[in-house]
Design a protein around this ligand. Sequence first.
Ligand SMILES: [Zn+2]
Length: 204
Amino acid sequence: MIPKKYQLFVVVFTILCLIVTMVGLYSLHNRHDKRQLITAVIGVGVENITHADFINRIIKNTNFKSRDRVRIFLGPYQPLLGLDGFILNDSLDYYILIDWGFYFSLEEGEKEALIAHELGHKIYRPSLIENIQLDIIHELRGYIDLKTRHNQITTKYQTKADTFAAEKTSPEKVISVLNKIRMDKSGYDYKMRLKNLQKIQQGH
Ligand SMILES: [Zn+2]
């Protein structure tokens, strides 16, 4: 039992330790040199400007900052990174990277649904705590199995981006993109995302 006069000190000290740990982990999260990564991934791609009007329309109707620029690059992202589509940003621009084979397999409306989904990630991002959790899980992978929490966080934001895309295009288009993305169709992420989109569809 801690003597009463030290109890406040222990509480304050614990809170301070927690703050220092959080700040430390957060700076670790931001440490990675994003610029280099972005230069590398856009370097293997080709810029595509055919969706500029669609992107501008979404940006105008959503509270994006006016200085934000969104650029699309098509490249061999599935063979290189195992991804059909993703979004990256530096302090100036947002880059939507789409595997070119995947891009050309989509119909026009599906392309827009995919782009809207990626823009949804720009609006809905994991919180500071969630980012720290994802970092810790990433560091601990192989030691303990934290897949469930990791999946919960990532699926939560995939679902938010899907909902955004469904509003900007249609739930049907987002579902057909989801079915074309090369992902584990028996996995948690796919099932939860499909369920969410079907719920939106029924609400229409
Ligand atoms: Zn996504």
